[in-house]
Every structure is written in C-alpha cells, then in structure tokens.
Design a binder for this molecule. Structure first.
Ligand SMILES: *Cc1c(COP(=O)(O)O)cnc(C)c1O
Length: 365
C-alpha cells in the first residue's frame, strides 16, 4: 500500500518538540492567543518574506477575512479560476461578493490572465489567483489586470507555502490554509493571512477577534476565528522543516518526471517559467482517468483527483448560471487529472512501484 500522504512520518520528525510545546501550553493554560501564536505569526511572516501575518481559524476564513478587510462594495464580483477547491468560491460568497469564474491555462491549470480580463465586468472588485498544486499563478499579469481595472488582489496561497516566482510583485494580501495535508499542516484547523499593509493586518486581526483589540471594547463586528495555540505549537515545529520538506518534494517530482517520461499516455505536470514549485500535489493527466484511478487503487496506490468537478458545475454554485462548456480547459482537465502520492517522505522505491503500476494500468486500457 502506497499512501497518498504520510502525516505520521512528518509527525515522527517533530514529535518531541510538539509534546514539549503542548506541555508548555498546558502548564501555562495559554489555550487562546498564547505566546506561541504571536511567535508563529512572526516566524511565518519572516519565512514568507511578507511583513505581517495574522493567524486565523482555517484557510476558508483566511480568504473571507482577507476579502472583508478590503471593505469592497457588497455584491461586487471577484474573478477567480473555475478549477479550484470549492472553498475559494465559498469564501467569496461568504464575504458578500459574487464569484466571477474564468478558465485556466492548459499547460499549468493556473488562472489564465486573459480569460480573467475577459471575465472582468464593470462591477468586478477583486481578483483571486489560486496558486494551485504548489506553484504561483502569473502574478505580474494578475497585478497588471488589477491595476487596469481597480481590483483588489487576494491570493489563495493554501497550496503554495514556500513557493516563489521570479520578478513577481510583492504580496499585497494572501490567504493560506494549514489543513493537515497542506505542505505546512497543523493537527486540526488553522490558517493565516499575509499582508504587506499594516492597516490590512489590523483589519484582519479585528475581524478574527470579535472586532476587538482591547478586551471588551468592540470597534466593529467580527468573528471568532483565531489561530489555536496548540496548532501554533505544531506549526512552529513544522515550519523549521518546511524548506527541507519542500526540497524533498521537488526531488520526488523530478524522480516522477524521469520515471514517467517514457510512459505512453501520461501528460506530466509543468512548472511555469520563473516559478519555484513546492509540489503540494503531483498532478498528471491520463486518458480514461476513472479506470486508471480504479486500477491504481486496486493495486494499493492511493491516487486522488483534485478536483473532479469544477466550481461552475457544483450544485452549490448553480445560481451562477453556468453550464457544461463554459470553461472548456477546466472541464477537460477535470476529466483527465490524477494526483499521485506526493509527500516529503515518499521513497524512490515507492515511486518506482507507482510508475510501474501506472504503466501497466495504461497498457491494459
Ligand atoms: C485547503 C484549501 C482551502 C481551504 O482551506 P481550509 O483550511 O480547509 O479551510 C482553500 N483553497 C484552496 C486552494 C485549498 O487547497
């Protein structure tokens, strides 16, 4: 059996630090807003090269609160890719905005800036590039569109912790998730907002904590969406390993590329020029995908699909009025994509087995 991720191998590396940290929190009963939260925020901001980090309850809240901090006109449109985890669109709706979907590019499955420009309407107020699978959307083009049309930019960086892009504009506002399976994963729910603007950092912080900075004084209406102290302990320990873990993911991605380049029918993932990829997911494309996935699972390889149904074809977003054929690149990809096991502790032998089983499955189609 070759698991899709191996959270216990990651835990083994940090187990001691985590239990010491948990013991410290228990001793001090610092359960909410303990010192580990502020320390993690500082460390993650420094790691990301962004001045401010505000911990929040989860990644979906991070996107919603980042959008809310921008104080955009209610009901305005937010351009985003049709191929993403549903939370991107959900957060847009929860922030009182309207998802305006655009197609992705066929090579990288990232938001296509020209499709985004075409989708932008008079009442569009924001653009949400999604750094899908671990590499960043084309940020220079996204910022150019945003400047031209006066849009706020909120990056969905849930899958891209530690990624980079040559010559990109600095992060204005980005939201991330520390869901356990992400490259930097907590042991429950957690997320963060990164920003270069102190006023936006303050606005997000107020939103996470009942609109309050001074205890029992509430400037505005907010939420209860703070980063949990226990999760901050885990995240601090894992953050120290993240650069190395991302390096191991890159090595694994290179190995897959070498093993699979000769396998007929496999379309390999591509890194966009200038991108430093962190391979949250290793997504190939194959014909008759459902049969291939079934064959892999039958042989003990835990393959997954990210994501089988694009946002516009989800029942929850029927009200957007889209149908099949509206985003042809995203729809074609949804029928072909397959995520192979990918994590820092994946071994060369496991990858060879995956390649062999995949080759056999494709030959038997
Ligand atoms: C994981 C993820 C989210 C949501 O994060 P949660 O912490 O699960 O709420 C949002 N967008 C993308 C692209 C994700 O992968």
């Amino acid at each position: 059996m070759i698991p899709f991720v191996d959270l216990s191998a990651a835990h083994a590396e940090v187990a001691e630090e985590v239990s010491e940290g948990f013991a410290r929190v228990l001793r001090d009963t610092a359960f909410v807003q303990g010192p580990d939260v502020a320390a993690f925020e500082e460390e993650y901001a420094a790691y990301s090269g962004v001045p401010h980090c505000v911990g929040v309850g989860n990644g979906t809240d991070a996107i919603e609160l980042a959008l809310r901090a921008c104080d955009l006109p209610a009901g305005g449109g937010a351009v985003m890719p049709a191929n993403t985890f549903v939370a991107t669109a959900e957060a847009v709706v929860r922030a009182g905005l309207r998802p305006v979907l655009a197609d992705c590019d066929d090579d990288h499955l990232l938001l296509d800036p020209s499709a985004a420009a075409t989708a932008t309407e008079a009442d569009t107020v924001a653009v949400l590039p999604v750094h899908l699978y671990g590499q960043q959307a084309p940020m220079a083009a996204v910022h150019a569109l945003a400047e031209r049309r006066g849009l706020a930019v909120v990056e969905d960086a849930a899958q891209s912790q530690g990624s980079g892009q040559d010559g990109r504009p600095p992060v204005g506002l980005a939201a991330t998730s520390f869901y356990p399976g992400k490259n930097l994963g907590a042991y429950g729910e957690a997320g963060a907002v990164l920003t270069s603007a102190p006023d936006l950092a303050r606005a997000v912080r107020l939103l996470t904590n009942h609109g309050s900075e001074v205890k029992y004084w509430h400037e505005s209406l907010g939420f209860n969406s703070r980063l949990d102290t226990m999760q901050a302990v885990v995240l601090r320990a894992k953050l120290r390993r993240l650069a190395r873990w991302n390096e191991l993911r890159r090595t694994a991605a290179d190995r897959y590329a070498a093993l699979l380049s000769g396998v007929d029918g496999v379309r390999l993932p591509r890194t966009a020029p200038g991108n430093l990829h962190v391979w949250h997911l290793y997504v190939i494309r194959v014909p008759e995908r459902d049969r291939v996935v079934a064959a892999l699972r039958q042989a003990g390889v835990q393959a997954q699909i990210h994501y089988p149904v694009p946002v516009h074809l989800q029942p929850a977003f029927r009200h957007l009025g889209h149908g099949p054929g509206d985003f042809p690149v995203a729809e074609a990809a949804a029928g072909e994509i397959l995520s192979l096991p990918m994590h820092p502790h994946l071994t060369a032998v496991q990858q060879e087995q995956v390649a062999e089983i995949l080759d056999k499955a494709l030959r038997q189609l």
